[in-house]
Design a protein around this ligand. Structure first.
Ligand code: HEM
Length: 243
């Protein structure tokens, strides 16, 4: 997220997304996808029974079990074990990265929330309009736009809520092995956490791959550099503050 300046042949480029941010994002994407596949095989087995079967057939055979009877069970048990391994790793990496950003004073995402609520709602309306039916964001709204627009920040709230719910219930299920009603309650909390994170992920992927933001997605999966003009137009309040 540093702002190293590089002069290109025709247009000035700046590094908006640092190597650390991009590496963390890629690791996050991979770990989240692994958790999604292993987790869905536990809560939505009919969708993924083919995968559990494919993974479980050699596993059952190697374990001396009859693959015709135990392939899916063996596959699901492997996914359960992997889910319990990837969950804490994802949690630890995310908390470590968050603490690093906090301690090095690099968190700017909340800045959009410091604006008066009326200004936030106006921005939310015009950003939603631009994403759905198109049209330009009026100059007076754009002037207040920070590093992340308010809709992106609201979407991130679902990520934070989901992360906390998944963490509390996941730790409780793994380390305190609750039984009966308490166990069922923890599973419900885990599922609500998952749905909350999916609200973030779906809106995040929609916004990131939207033609308006494609320059940002290219930088995220490229070298982190964006045209300064692009960044200034999309996040003027952030640039004016940095000056
Ligand atoms: C096709 C998949 C994805 C694309 C194209 C994508 C793209 C991006 C881009 C372009 C940014 C930079 C936004 C900025 O700094 O202004 C970003 C940030 C971020 N991404 Fe992703 N992402 C994807 C999947 C995911 C997934 C699966 C997760 C987590 C479960 C995730 C979590 C985050 C978070 C937490 C941030 C930082 C906060 C934010 O800007 O919203 N991303 N992503």
């Amino acid at each position: 997220m540093g702002a190293t300046e590089v002069r290109g042949m025709e247009e000035k480029k700046i590094e908006l997304l640092s190597a650390g941010y991009r590496t963390w994002h890629l690791a996050n994407l991979i770990m989240f996808s692994l958790l999604l596949v292993t987790g869905l095989s536990l809560i939505a087995l009919p969708w993924l029974s083919w995968l559990a079967y494919a993974v479980g057939t050699p596993l059952a055979t190697l374990s001396g079990l009859d693959p015709d009877a135990y392939a899916v069970t063996a596959g699901v048990q492997l996914f359960r074990t992997l889910h319990r391994l990837f969950g804490p790793i994802w949690g630890a990496v995310t908390i470590a990265y968050f603490l690093y950003l906090l301690l090095s004073n690099r968190i700017v995402i909340h800045r959009a929330l410091l604006k008066p609520i009326g200004v936030q709602l106006r921005e939310a309306f015009y950003v939603a309009k631009a994403y759905s039916i198109g049209g330009e964001i009026p100059e007076d709204v754009r002037r207040h736009m920070h590093r992340h627009n308010v809709l992106a920040v609201y979407a991130n709230a679902f990520l934070v809520i989901g992360f906390v719910l998944l963490g509390i219930s996941g730790i409780s299920i793994m380390f305190f092995t609750p039984a009966g009603d308490l166990h069922r309650l923890m599973i419900v909390i885990h599922n609500i956490g998952f749905y909350s994170i999916m609200l973030f992920v779906l809106s995040h992927i929609f916004a990131s791959l939207h033609p308006r933001n494609f320059w940002l997605a290219s930088a995220m999966f490229g070298n982190g550099m964006v045209s300064e003009k692009h960044a200034r137009e999309d996040m003027p309040a952030y640039f004016n503050e940095k000056k």
